[in-house]
Ligand binder design. Structure first.
Ligand SMILES: Cc1ncc(COP(=O)(O)O)c(C=O)c1O
Length: 384
């Protein structure tokens, strides 16, 4: 179906931070398949985990115990401080699980129409519930009727929450991206998550974080919330977890972790042996190769380079980011920069019309990070 529009080129292979198209042209990848290939392309640990597992067992259903699923679940809980995991295949599905947990929680509290508070500019996926939760009309238009049980607030606005809470006693949870990715790499105030946690505690709401894009080391910690030390009730991830092998996870803590019961929820492929082997290799490699630190170092090189090169330009509104998640907001729409960068052999993305988004792999070398700046800065400078 024509869901993705015209494709710029055909990619046939990848190695580390490099991709190669069908004409043999090489591209420096500063997008990682949209925050997926954090370990770069053809990472030996992922290749060998998938190859090895494929010789034993690809799939067996969740009727049976899967050793690497168990190991991955334990590892994720250990890293994150969460207590239970549900494995899915994508970010949207991980968020569906979170929304279902919120509804079980609301019903348990005696709320007939449990409502999840979501934010403007949010992106949570393309299923009916997650597109309803997303704060972007482009994602929703044409797919009405939307799903009931959501209400919207302003991202990064703690004051506004009081009025929302007073006017809506059915709210039982907040679902929020700690950094809005598709919404334009929007970073909340440093104390936003702590204040959200306090507010949720006061109201007895679940704090549910969508770390589909921010998770798996990208911002310099395994999960973004670990920068602030808050304990969420629910956190979702996907994208970078399998480095390209589809897997999503919904992690829960405390009361939220005990709400799902046998038969409540499930997924045929979710957490199958192959997916869990790939993800286990990713999580182990992130730790062994200290890629959290690399994410911070690469982000610093790119941000400092861009700040230096683009200083004083009127059409550059803001350069912001954390680790390998960087946004350069211009004062005007800049979609064409994507094609211009491709011509120069660099893969970037433009989101929210006027924000250049960089999501480089965490295995990028310092030289490659400088190269990103050297290619991109002149394009932005000359952008009319
Ligand atoms: C924050 C966030 N949540 C959810 C999703 C949806 O993930 P998926 O495309 O794997 O369903 C995305 C995808 O971009 C995302 O960035």
């Amino acid at each position: 179906m024509n869901t993705y529009g015209e494709k710029a080129m055909t990619l046939v292979s990848g190695d580390g931070a490099w991709l190669v198209d069908s004409n043999g042209k090489k591209y420096l990848d500063a997008l990682s398949g949209i925050a997926v290939c954090g370990l770069g392309h053809s990472h030996p640990a992922v290749i060998s985990a998938i190859s090895e597992q494929a010789t034993h067992l690809l799939h067996c259903s969740n009727f049976f115990s899967i050793p690497n699923q168990q190991k991955l679940g334990e590892k994720l809980c250990h890293i994150s401080g969460m207590s239970n995991v549900f494995f899915a295949n994508s970010g949207a599905e991980a968020n569906e699980a979170a929304i279902k947990i919120a509804r079980l929680y609301g019903h348990k509290k005696g709320i007939k129409l449990p409502t999840v508070l979501v934010m403007d500019n949010a992106f949570h996926g393309r299923t009916l519930a997650t597109l309803t939760a997303s704060g972007n009309r482009k994602v929703q238009a044409g797919f009405e009727p939307l799903v009931r049980g959501f209400t919207r607030g302003h991202f990064n606005d703690i004051e506004g929450l009081k009025t929302i809470a007073e006017n809506n006693p059915d709210i039982c949870a907040i679902l929020v991206e700690p950094v809005q990715g598709e919404g334009g790499v929007r970073i909340a105030d440093a104390d936003y998550l702590t204040k959200l946690r306090d507010f949720c505690d006061e109201q007895e709401w679940l704090l549910m974080l969508d770390e589909v894009q921010t998770g798996n080391g990208r911002t310099g910690k395994f999960f973004y919330y670990q920068h602030s030390g808050v304990q969420p009730d629910v956190v979702t991830t996907a994208k970078g977890l399998g480095n390209g092998f589809p897997i999503g996870a919904c992690l829960a803590y405390g009361e939220a972790s005990g709400l799902m019961q046998p038969g409540n929820h499930g997924s045929t492929f979710g957490g199958n042996p192959l997916a869990c082997s790939a993800a286990l290799a990713v999580v182990n490699t992130l730790e062994e190769d200290k890629l959290y630190q690399r994410a911070t170092a690469i982000g610093d090189i790119i941000m400092q380079g861009l700040n230096k090169e683009l200083a004083g330009l009127e059409h550059v509104k803001e350069i912001r980011g954390q680790g390998c998640m960087i946004g350069i907001e211009l004062t005007k729409p800049c979609k064409s920069l994507y094609t211009q960068a491709l011509e120069k052999g660099l893969i970037i993305n433009v989101t929210a019309d006027s924000v250049i988004r960089l999501l480089p792999p965490m295995i990028m070398t310092d030289d490659q990070a400088h190269q990103v700046v050297n290619i991109l800065a002149p394009l932005i400078k000359d952008f009319q």
